[in-house]
Design a protein around this ligand. Structure first.
Ligand SMILES: Cc1cc2nc3c(=O)[nH]c(=O)nc-3n(C[C@H](O)[C@H](O)[C@H](O)COP(=O)(O)OP(=O)(O)OC[C@H]3O[C@@H](n4cnc5c(N)ncnc54)[C@H](O)[C@@H]3O)c2cc1C
Length: 423
C-alpha cells in the first residue's frame, strides 16, 4: 500500500523534497501544506525592498511549480502543532495523519527579546515585509522633499540598517545607490547627496561568515558607495525617532532616523516548541545524521528549521543550498525506508557563498576560490537567475536587471498602502 508523506513548507527544502518524491508515484502520495500559496526566492527579497524588482518576479505559485507532480496535493493552510507520538499534525483546526513527515518551515526574525522594535525596524523575510520596507524608503524621500526644516529633512534622509550579514550589506549598498544615482534626477528640493546610509554591526567585521580578505574588501566597497559602517556597535533601543547604540567605547548615542531596517537575527518556526524534542539554543530542532529524530525515524526536519552538526562539529548555516540538499536527502531516505533499506547519513556539498554590495560589486567564495568586483557580481547575477523558479521569472528578472543596469532606474518604485482596505 502507498505511504502518505506530508511536507510542511514549500520553500527551498520542502519544494525540492516534493519534486524528488513525485518521481515515486507507485510508492507515495504526498501532501504539501504551506501557509502561503507561493514559493518565495528570499535571496532576492532585498531587490523588492529597494524597488529593483516586483514581488511577482521572485515568487511562483506552489501549485503551478508542482502541477506536473500528479501524486502531490497542495493545501494552503497553516500547521499549528505536530504530535509525533501519534503521527498527526494540527492544521488550523483539524488533525491530519501521516506515515512520514518532512518539516521545512524555515525561520523568522528574532529581535532578541525586544519584539516591540519590529514596528520601527521591520525585517526582510516575506513579500509583505519587503513591500513595507520599500514603502518606508520611498516615503522617506517623498517626505524629505516636502519639509522646509533641514533638521527634519536630515532625519528623513538617514537610513539605518542593523546587522551586516549578506542581507544588511545588500540593503545598505542598494539604498545608497538609489539615493545617489536613481533619485538625484527626480527630486527638486532635496540633495540626495545629503543622504546617510548607516550600517550597524555588533561584530568586528561585515559579512561575518566570509573570510577576512573578502570581508575587508566588502567594507572598502561599502565605504566607496558612501555607506557609514559602525562595527563593534550594539543597538540598545529602536523607537519612532531613531536608534540608540553603544559603540566600542561603551558610550550610548542616538541616530535620528525615520527609516530603520532589521537584518540582525533569525529564530526558527514556533512549531518547534510543540514537538517536545531537543532544540538548540537558537530553537532549531537537533536532527540525527539521517535528518530525522532518533525517537521518531519517520519525522524529518530540514533547512532553516533544523540543527545539523557535521563530523567535526560544524553546524550547517541557514542557506538555500543547505535546505535544497537536505530536501533531496530526506525524500530519498523516506523512499529507502519504504523499501526496507537503511536510511543514509546526510553529507553537505559546500556551494560557497556570495553577497552583492552594489551594482557591479560583489564578493564570493567557492571551493577555495575567492573573488570580488565585477566578476563576482556577474557570477552572483547568473547564479540567482539560474535558481529562480520558472522560465518567465528568469527572463523578466534578466530584462529588468539589464534595463536598471543601463539606465540606473529602479522600475518598481511604487508606494503601495500599508492598509489593504480601500479608503
Ligand atoms: C532576505 C534573505 C536573503 C537571503 N539570501 C540568501 C542568499 O543569498 N543565499 C542563500 O543561500 N540563502 C539566503 N537566504 C537564506 C535562505 O533563503 C534560507 O536558508 C532558505 O529559504 C531556507 O529554506 P527552507 O526550506 O528551510 O525555508 P523557507 O524557504 O523559508 O520556506 C519555509 C516555508 O514554510 C512555510 N511555513 C512556515 N511555517 C508554516 C506553517 N506553520 N504552516 C505551513 N507553512 C509554513 C512558509 O510559508 C515558507 O513557504 C536568505 C534569506 C533571507 C530572509
Amino acid at each position: 500500500m502507498k505511504k502518505h508523506v506530508v511536507i510542511v513548507g514549500g520553500g527551498f527544502g520542502g519544494l525540492k523534497a516534493a519534486k524528488v518524491l513525485s518521481q515515486y508515484p507507485e510508492l507515495v502520495d504526498v501532501t504539501l501544506i504551506d501557509k502561503r500559496n507561493y514559493h518565495l526566492f528570499q535571496p532576492l527579497l532585498y531587490q523588492v525592498a529597494t524597488a529593483g524588482l516586483s514581488p511577482a518576479d521572485i515568487a511562483m505559485p506552489i501549485r503551478n511549480v508542482l502541477s506536473d507532480a500528479k501524486n502531490v496535493t497542495v493545501y494552503l493552510d497553516e500547521v499549528k502543532a505536530v504530535h509525533p507520538e501519534n503521527n498527526s499534525l494540527e492544521v488550523t483546526s483539524v488533525a491530519a495523519k501521516y506515515d512520514y513527515l518532512i518539516l521545512a518551515c524555515g525561520a523568522s526574525h528574532s529581535y532578541f527579546g525586544k519584539d516591540h522594535w519590529e514596528e520601527f525596524a521591520p525585517g526582510l523575510k516575506t513579500l509583505e515585509m519587503a513591500t513595507e520596507i520599500r514603502r518606508r524608503i520611498l516615503m522617506a524621500f517623498e517626505s524629505a522633499e516636502k519639509v522646509a526644516d533641514m533638521n527634519i529633512q536630515k532625519e528623513w534622509l538617514t537610513f539605518v540598517i542593523v546587522g551586516a550579514g549578506p542581507t544588511g550589506v545588500e540593503m545598505a549598498g542598494a539604498i545608497s545607490e538609489i539615493a545617489k544615482q536613481t533619485m538625484e534626477a527626480d527630486f527638486r528640493n532635496i540633495s540626495t547627496a545629503h543622504t546617510r546610509v548607516i550600517l550597524i554591526e555588533a561584530g568586528k567585521k561585515v559579512l561575518g561568515s566570509f573570510n577576512e580578505t573578502l570581508s575587508s574588501n566588502a567594507l572598502i566597497d561599502l565605504k566607496k558607495l558612501g555607506v557609514e559602517v559602525m562595527l563593534d556597535t550594539r543597538v540598545t533601543d529602536i523607537n519612532s525617532s531613531g536608534v540608540t547604540f553603544s559603540g566600542p567605547d561603551g558610550r550610548e548615542e542616538v541616530i535620528l532616523s525615520r527609516t530603520v531596517v532589521w537584518a540582525a537575527g533569525v529564530k526558527p518556526s514556533s512549531i518547534n516548541s510543540t514537538l517536545n524534542v531537543p532544540l538548540d539554543r537558537a530553537g532549531r530542532i537537533i536532527v540525527s545524521k539521517k535528518l530525522s529524530l532518533e525517537k521518531f525515524p519517520n519525522l524529518f526536519i530540514i533547512g532553516d528549521q533544523s540543527h545539523f552538526e557535521e563530523d567535526g562539529g560544524n553546524v550547517l548555516p541557514g542557506l538555500a543550498p543547505v535546505a535544497i540538499q537536505m530536501g533531496t536527502h530526506a525524500a530519498k531516505n523516506i523512499i529507502r525506508l519504504i523499501k526496507n533499506e537503511a536510511a543514509l547519513d546526510f553529507k553537505y556539498t559546500d556551494k560557497g557563498q556570495m553577497a552583492t554590495i552594489g551594482r557591479k560589486l560583489a564578493v564570493m567564495e567557492f571551493k577555495g576560490i575567492k573573488a570580488r568586483g565585477m566578476f563576482a557580481w556577474l557570477a552572483w547575477l547568473l547564479v540567482h537567475i539560474y535558481y529562480l523558479i520558472g522560465f518567465k521569472n528568469r527572463l523578466f528578472v534578466l530584462m529588468q536587471w539589464t534595463w536598471s543596469y543601463l539606465t540606473f532606474s529602479r522600475g518598481a518604485r511604487l508606494i503601495t498602502k500599508r492598509d489593504w482596505k480601500d479608503t
